[in-house]
Ligand binder design. Sequence first.
Ligand code: PLP
Length: 445
Amino acid sequence: MTLTSPPRVATDGPRSNDDVRAADRAHVFHSWSAQGALSPFVIAGGLGSTVWDHDGREYLDFSSQLVNVNIGHQHPRVVEAITEQASLLTTVAPAHANATRNEAAKRITELAPEGFEKVFFTNGGADANENAIRMARQVTGRDKVVSLYRSYHGNTGAAVVATGDWRRIPNEYSRGHVHVFGPYLYRSEFWAQTPEEESARALRHLERTVQAEGPDSIAAILLETVPGTAGILMPPPGYLEGVRAIADRYGILLILDEVMAGFGRTGHWFALDAYDVVPDLITFAKGVNSGYVPVGGVIISDRVARFFDERVFPGGLTYSGHPLASASIVATIDAMRAEDVVGNAARIGSDHLGPALHTLAETHDVVGEVRGSGVFWAVELVADRDTREPLAAASMGAVKAALLENGVLPFVQDNRIHVVPPAVVTPDEVRRGVAALDAALSTLS
Ligand code: PLP
């Protein structure tokens, strides 16, 4: 696809993708990678569901970058709000009160379930989970956290324990994390045949683990409402409700991580809205402002908030409730409401993207399973439909290359294509993106 409008790149900036890649390789150290063989995809700019490079090529962003650009690239209201706030106040200490931060917290709590009135702001998703865990440890006086093998909750962990002053002490713990298998019927750990069986058996496995670990040692069960990076694993009927019941039975706090699944991704404001479950703490980041400024946080139930009325909360960050982040949150939520972005995500999922991906599954044997909702879909590719052997990495690489060749930037994870466009994606963009995927899968046969 070639750009028809004038290239929108910085006029005094680099001239080509090769220039950008060369400077990147000289100076930038990338996440989760051996650096030597990297050749990163270059992005110069974006608008809505489209990004472009320095060589005049456009791509449909079916990755939403790291599944965060829910409102699309360069939404004018959000960009304007950041610019306006920058001219007013660009930083403020976390201990001070600030009107923009108040507005951001108010907007978020208005969307949360009843009984959540306060927000603790962080710099991103990992430190949101760090601080939610710390709250649970303080409230329960226990230290272990149970989470799923198939999950991602972030990349921090050592900084507060490396700290020397008093802030280390309430956060030091010698026992830590216990993992269990969650429900995933397509690759069931429980020999289950139905979603109901998978749910019941995963719950029994969780409860037996809690009992074996010693319930009095467990502070929190931490789950992504819909595990994202692990494969967009939609919880089967009764699972989240059952986890809540187990947590209640043993005095354990339930933390739902909505960092990836929240703020419209599943076609609901929060993924948990689709289930009959209310956690004690909700963590968020990404879609809350589509990542225009780094931010995350913990939405705190009144019960947990009250606990800290008289006790010191041993956690904090210099940029907690940063004004640029706060302004972008206010504008994002207001624009998403005004433009019914969450409704669009739901309709795209039920009327366009979901049906189109299921049709792909009928035409390509390499598709093992399609699952998801809203603009949060996984297409799991297999070498053999009967054995469900995951498609080999080389073939996944070929699918990715074909998608890029056809002008679609995909999110590829293990043997899956995560089809995760911005929540503002249009039916026509979905049609084009799925057609590119169809063509890319055809190259395998
Ligand atoms: N939790 C979930 C569910 C995530 O998907 C991620 C990031 O992908 C995180 C936490 C960590 O967020 P961050 O990278 O902003 O620290």
